[in-house]
Design a protein around this ligand. Structure first.
Ligand code: PLP
Length: 446
């Protein structure tokens, strides 16, 4: 065992991996482009963008430089009563890119806090307007919005949330457009997105009690990498308008090009009332959360009455280092044709993954932007699989790692989500590994 691993064992507690039989963590000493290097000399291709955050590659010279420059000027200052250029410039640039009308930027620390802020903002928006009966949040099945209490409440109940169930607030939950496992047993396009009727029914039942509807637009991530028809998202917006409630788009995963558009809401030309960002905002360098909203929401908080103030703030809110790297990341989008690169990656993913549909254990193939997804099933006819806890996940991960490819399947859902800078030949190599492993794959009990 390497020195790093021995020391890691002594004091560290890693997320999601407390099984005694879990493989040891990878001791990473360096990153460059799409590759990570271990202390024992292995090179591993980062096929999941280090938990979906990295887009321009590891240790990018321009991001390194932006970070160093900012550190020499101002590393941090509180954001209550102070301001600074990186926070201002990033807000200006985000507002110019976001769906029109999202003109107010509230900073926090990560994806979960961006969601907490969105939920609290929506709740207090109605409270400040004297509409305090609007308390119900509506979320979707298969949702994942983070690991803090509010974010867990709106996430689908799962092994992630089970021990905390008594402390989570109740949420109404509507069907998601999970076409491969359609909740209504229908098929597209003849289904006419009938799954949306469930949300309509809930909004009808709850009427003026609904504070907001929260969704992960176009791609539900940790809940199974479910790709939506854009019509569903458009329909959610229409229903929120019809029932006069707020729409929160959690773009923590989908923001910054992951689905092929800068923001996933663009696929349906939708402007949410509140939009959450994090993960790729800093190119994968530093934690930063953003909750963007409209002037209408902002103005509900502008008051001489201190009770209407939004009393939410974190020590590292608008951290200048994180903002400076985020600005440099947006510069890379403009100068290095980043979205065109995602489009090319999407074409390659489709060309290589679609044929795998014929393999005996590939139930569904889904591709959106820079994400390629294979839903594996024991039996194609019954679509049987055991979800997140399916042991095919760790087994496949181990085999890919042996080959130098870092993937982290969500149980039976295998996905490839590399940094956008991956070259065509690097992606070909990774897709070759996926093809070879799945072609030889036999379900564990076979
Ligand atoms: N929202 C979505 C859609 C996510 O995918 C995640 C993380 O995977 C989060 C929120 C939580 O983000 P974080 O892990 O930065 O707290």
């Amino acid at each position: 065992m390497s020195d790093l691993l021995a020391r890691d064992r002594r004091h560290l507690w890693h997320p999601y991996t407390q099984m005694r039989t879990a493989p040891p963590p990878l001791p990473i000493v360096r990153g460059e482009g799409v590759y990570l290097y271990t202390d024992d000399g292995r090179r591993v291709l980062d096929g999941i963008s280090s938990w979906w955050v990295n887009i321009h590659g590891h240790s990018h010279p321009k991001l390194n430089e932006a970070l160093a420059r900012q550190a020499r000027e101002l590393e941090h200052v509180l954001f209550a009563g102070c301001t600074h250029r990186p926070a201002i410039e990033l807000a200006e640039q985000l507002v110019a890119l976001l769906p029109p009308g999202l003109t107010r930027i509230f900073y926090s620390d990560n994806g979960s806090t961006a969601v907490e802020v969105a939920l609290k903002m929506a709740a207090q928006y109605w409270w400040n307007r004297g509409d305090s009966q609007r308390r119900v949040f509506v979320a979707l099945h298969h949702a994942y919005h983070g690991d803090t209490f509010g974010a867990m409440s709106v996430s689908e109940a799962s092994i992630f949330t089970e021990p905390f169930a008594p402390w989570l607030f109740p949420v109404r939950r509507a069907h998601a457009p999970y076409c491969y496992r359609c909740p209504l047993g229908l098929t597209r396009p003849s289904c006419q997105i009938s799954c949306l009727n469930d949300l309509e029914r809930i909004l009808q039942e709850e009427g003026e009690r609904v504070a907001a509807v929260i969704v992960e637009p176009m791609l539900q991530g940790a809940g199974g990498m479910i790709v939506w028809p854009a019509e569903f998202l458009a329909g959610v917006r229409r229903l929120c308008d019809r029932f006069g409630t707020l729409l929160i788009a959690d773009e923590v995963l989908t923001g910054f090009g992951r689905t092929g558009r800068m923001f996933a809401c663009e696929h349906a030309g939708v402007r949410p009332d509140i939009l959450c960002l994090s993960k790729a905002i800093t190119g994968g360098y530093l934690p930063l959360g953003v909750t963007a909203t409209t002037e209408d929401v902002y103005e509900a908080f502008l008051s001489e009455d201190r009770r209407k103030t939004f009393f939410h703030g974190h020590s590292y809110t608008a951290n200048p280092l994180a903002c400076a790297v985020a600005i440099a990341s947006l510069e890379i989008f403009r100068t290095e044709g980043t979205l065109a690169r995602v489009a090319a990656l999407e074409r390659q993913l489709r060309a290589r993954l679609e044929p795998l549909r014929d393999l005996p254990h590939v139930g569904d193939v889904r591709v959106i932007g820079g994400v390629g997804i294979l839903e594996l099933v024991r039996d194609k006819r019954t679509k049987s699989a055991e979800g997140y806890l399916d042991r095919v996940g760790p087994m496949l991960a181990a085999e890919f790692l042996r080959r130098g490819l870092l993937l982290r399947p969500l149980g039976n859902v295998l996905y490839f989500m590399p940094p956008y800078v991956i070259t065509e030949s690097e992606a070909e190599w990774a897709l070759d590994q996926i093809t070879e492993v799945l072609t030889a794959w036999r379900w564990p009990s076979e």
